[in-house]
Design a binder for this molecule. Sequence first.
Ligand code: 13P
Length: 250
Amino acid sequence: MKKPIVIGNWKMYVEKPDAVKAFVMKLKRRPQLLSKTDVVVAPPYTLLPALAQVLGTTKTIRTGAQTVSAFLEAKHTGEVSARMLKVFGIGFVIVGHSERRAAGEKDDMIREQIKRTHEAGMTAVLCIGEVERDPHGAHFGVIERQLLQALKDKTTGKLIVAYEPVWAIGKTAGSAEKPAEIQEMVIFIRKTLADILGREQGVKVPILYGGSVEGSNAKELLTDGGVGGFLVGHASADIDSFIEILTALA
Ligand code: 13P
């Protein structure tokens, strides 16, 4: 079986370089956990230099960014380009997170961000997820539309899909989506990916779940939810709760 992928999206939870150093030093002391999972840490931009420095040549913890500019270069105040991320050894870029969609990012922009990410040779972690669960199943249509829009260009770059139902984000383990429902959605996403990208490419894309993943529910969500791993928010920003998740999956 493939190693589960665990991506920590620190959002704005971690603020200072010292905290990054303490986190990584503690994680590095758990090589047995790091050998059983593919770990990616995605801090805010300001902490990327500190993360790169403390990681040094470590290969068992990889780094991600929480977003990227849709533009290639130059005249875009406040933006950070894919090429700039590459300088810090970033391998993964989270794209289309629901918190960025809520802040106004639209499908066209998300598509450009995926393009920029791939041009720089990084893996795009495309987030999709319905805001509300519809008892008549309309949320499947939401997911299909988000995938169709984001992948319209039939990208051949490296891709991970993170299914994050918005209603399940930022709560505690009991509020995560139920494993059987996650499994149903994973099957639907897999089929949609095969329709868009072709079967051969579609089957290869890891599908992660995100939304209130903690140490206490990680194992069940992995085995019964049929996912390839997790995109973790709040529980990834604290080293002890992150280690609890890795321990549960090891
Ligand atoms: P929580 O794990 O805090 O629910 O956040 C999930 C998420 O949005 C990860 O991108």
